[in-house]
Design a protein around this ligand. Structure first.
Ligand code: CO
Length: 181
């Protein structure tokens, strides 16, 4: 018996969010437990997608569910976006690592993805609409790219205080951790 994993969300500007994530080497029970725990945390946080750096692991693992129905769960391991097509569209995005901050981001309508399922089965598929949007947002996390990098200068200005508050909170957490050592 293994203990169920429990993750916490990493918040901007925790450094792990800026790392380029590493590939996953084995499609094993540990990976499947990680994926399950990521789904659990995503649902508990009312999110539609979550990338492993958001639970403190710089690994190429994404989970998403555009509807919340169990049959719509999608876990993408070692994912790459091989093509992006269609018109660039603006759509409001949030991010669990930026609580309360929303901004319109321009992305192509469709993306073609190559990945593996947690059991090692290969996946190659094109996605469009909301799912494509989620995948492109989550994929950014694997490259260390964040919502704050994608928002317009005007939105960045509009969210200046909220972003600064996240930075201040991170600094005070880091300082109290340093004191506890
Ligand atoms: Co995000």
């Amino acid at each position: 018996m293994t203990e169920p994993l429990q993750f916490r969300l990493t918040l901007y500007p925790e450094p792990v969010l800026r790392k380029v994530a590493d590939g996953v080497a084995a499609y094993d029970d540990e990976l499947r437990a990680t994926v399950r725990a990521m789904f659990d945390l995503m649902y508990a946080s009312n999110g539609v997608g979550l990338a492993a750096p958001q639970v403190g692991m710089a690994k190429r693992i994404l989970v998403l569910n555009p509807t919340g129905k169990p049959e719509d769960e999608l876990a993408l391991i070692n994912v790459s976006i091989v093509d992006r097509t269609g018109e660039n569209t603006l759509y409001e995005e949030g991010c669990l690592s930026f609580p309360g901050i929303y901004a319109e981001v321009k992305r192509p309508e469709r993306c073609r993805v190559k990945a593996w399922a947690p059991d090692g089965a290969s996946i190659e598929r094109e996605f469009d609409g909301f799912v494509s949007r989620i995948i492109q947002h989550e994929y950014d996390h694997l490259e260390g790219v964040l919502l704050v990098d994608r928002m317009s200068a005007a939105d960045k200005q509009r969210h200046k205080a909220a972003l600064q508050e996240l930075v201040d909170r991170y600094r005070s957490r880091a300082a109290s951790t340093a004191r506890a050592r």
